[in-house]
Design a protein around this ligand. Sequence first.
Ligand SMILES: [Zn+2]
Length: 101
Amino acid sequence: MNFFESCNIACDGERCPKCGRKKLRAVTDEDFCLVARVDRNFGDCLKDRLENEKIDCVLMPYGTGVRSKFALPLESYLLYVRYQNSEYVRQIIQETKADIF
Ligand SMILES: [Zn+2]
């Protein structure tokens, strides 16, 4: 499995699936990888759950530029977890409406 640092994406191929660039390296268990886009409420619940299980996670606010400009609450988060936890976290969110990457 490869990893592209600028996008925090782990992938099988030689190019980052998000931006198409090719400077990938081998992923390590510690790398934070993008796993899903989740809505705000679910993201907050998931963060609590993962913290209880001692799993590191990072939620990055994700929304449209218009909403950001008017400082309204953002609709969703991009969820990043360490590569070693990514399969487990994907399973947790599989049955939700999250967009899994
Ligand atoms: Zn990329």
